[in-house]
Design a protein around this ligand. Structure first.
Ligand code: AMP
Ligand code: GLY
Length: 426
């Protein structure tokens, strides 16, 4: 098949390597890709949100299946344009992508579908939001409704913090357009899970559950990031828990989207808070594979990934894919200054003799004219280890993360700490 992957991060590198392993005869293109994807595919110098040029490239390269990585092109209607030209696209149209692009819309869909989620209210007016804060218990969470690259949710321990967050969004416009609509919701205690469901709009196939580490610093401290590491599978995501998430969250949400004429083909990513009583509550939906979740989930999927995504894209019945035994852990290496102001241009050195179970996915890297690999973004590399056990994968990811070097490298040494704690005490 002729495949086009849209995006240029670690998630897209993981997809490119998985597609290349799926069948050596696939012709794989990535737009724009990165120095990592260049080793498994042909990079096209087209930005992931240049809709016109992506549509032209799909024609020029006679692409059979387009797989869209990031949310922005989906929200801009890339899938609608390509489907309008008769192409198979893995990713929802703009109406379906609103499930991520508008948290206010996602809440409305969940309410209509009876999907369990935190109590919430939506505001565009600061005074009304401040009055609401006086009435609800602490802690609470203030969220910019629009796309904010994973940084739009502020967990507020006190009403005072919540007032400041509302002012930052609705009065001082510090979150730009994303923060002109604000969702205020009740804080949910529990443990988070990322559940990625491949869907043709009616049926779902769940990939192994993952857990992301959103805070910058060890022990889950510091600012929220796009994700500093992840692991999969997660032992608390038992078959029974996943069946509840499918029946109480994913299928009702897809039905409601179809009812609203927003049919959905692609990945529906449910960010779940598993409450202490075992009830899954939705924290957010994304319309794409998570990053860095993809860098642990995709390597665990056996042969048949392309056939699964292709069937979902065409609205056909979903073939089953096998999931390999074992576990994957990824550690993100981030640039100095991430998440606020990541430094660029530091020379990266990756030892040749890393553990054979380790794959280094490129996220924010660039080849300099002299051929040197340099940092070029906040999250630079995702260091994934796959092994028979979680403990072995965790140790191998950490050991490789220690050995790769660049100036100002930031990373967490405690990825998977909850799972390690469970193993220790069980
Ligand atoms: P979001 O942008 O909605 O995914 O939120 C980012 C992060 O904020 C989540 O991954 C959670 O860690 C945290 N968060 C968001 N909403 C809640 C909530 N209602 N209760 C507790 N934590 C939350
Ligand atoms: N890692 C969280 C996300 O992709 O939204």
């Amino acid at each position: 098949m002729r495949l086009l992957i849209v995006g240029g991060g670690g998630r897209e590198h993981a997809l490119a390597l998985a597609f290349a392993a799926d069948d050596p005869h696939h012709q794989i293109y990535v737009a724009p890709g990165n120095p990592g994807t260049a080793t498994a595919a042909t990079n096209l110098d087209i930005s992931a949100d240049d809709i016109d040029r992506l549509v032209d490239a799909a024609d020029a390269y006679a692409i059979d299946l387009i797989v869209v990585g990031p949310e922005v092109p989906l929200a801009l209607g890339l899938a609608d344009r390509l489907r309008g030209e008769g192409r198979a696209v893995f990713g929802p149209g703009a109406s379906g992508a609103r499930i991520e692009a508008s948290k206010a819309f996602a809440k409305e869909v969940m309410q209509a579908a009876g999907v369990p989620t935190a109590r919430s209210a939506v505001f565009t007016d600061a005074a009304a939001a401040l009055r609401y804060i006086d009435l609800v218990p602490e802690p609470l969470v203030v969220k910019a409704s629009g796309l904010a690259a994973g940084k739009g949710a502020i967990v507020c321990n006190s009403r005072d913090e919540a007032r400041q967050a509302v002012k930052a969004m609705l009065a001082d416009h510090l979150f730009g357009d994303a923060g002109t609509v604000v969702v205020i919701e009740a804080f949910l205690a529990g443990e988070e899970l990322s559940v990625l469901a491949i869907t043709n709009g009616r049926d779902v196939q769940l990939l192994p559950a993952a857990q992301d580490h959103k805070r910058l610093l060890e022990g889950d401290h510091g600012p929220n990031t796009g994700g500093m590491g992840a692991y999969s599978p997660v032992s608390i995501a038992t078959a029974a828990v996943l069946a509840r998430i499918r029946d109480e969250v994913l299928l009702p949400t897809l039905d409601e989207l179809a009812r609203r004429n927003a049919p959905y083909r692609g990945v529906l990513y449910a960010g779940i808070m598993l409450r202490p009583d075992g009830t899954p509550n939705v924290v957010e939906f994304n319309c794409r594979l998570g990053d860095p979740e993809a860098q642990v989930v995709i390597p665990l999927v056996g042969p048949g990934l392309v056939a699964l995504l292709d069937a979902a894209a065409r609205g056909e019945p979903l073939p089953r894919v096998d999931v390999r035994d074992g576990a994957a852990v990824t550690t993100i290496l981030a640039a100095a200054g991430y998440p606020d102001a990541p430094a660029r241009g530091a020379v990266i050195s990756i030892p040749e003799d890393l553990d054979p179970g380790v794959t280094v996915y490129h996220a924010g890297t660039r080849r300099r004219d002299d051929g040197a690999l340099v940092t070029n973004g906040g999250r630079v590399l995702a260091v994934t280890a796959v092994a028979e056990t979680f403990a072995t994968a965790r140790a191998a990811s950490l050991a490789a993360a220690e050995r790769i070097s660049f100036d100002g490298k930031q990373f967490r040494r405690d990825i998977g700490w909850r799972e390690a704690e469970r193993a220790r005490t069980s």
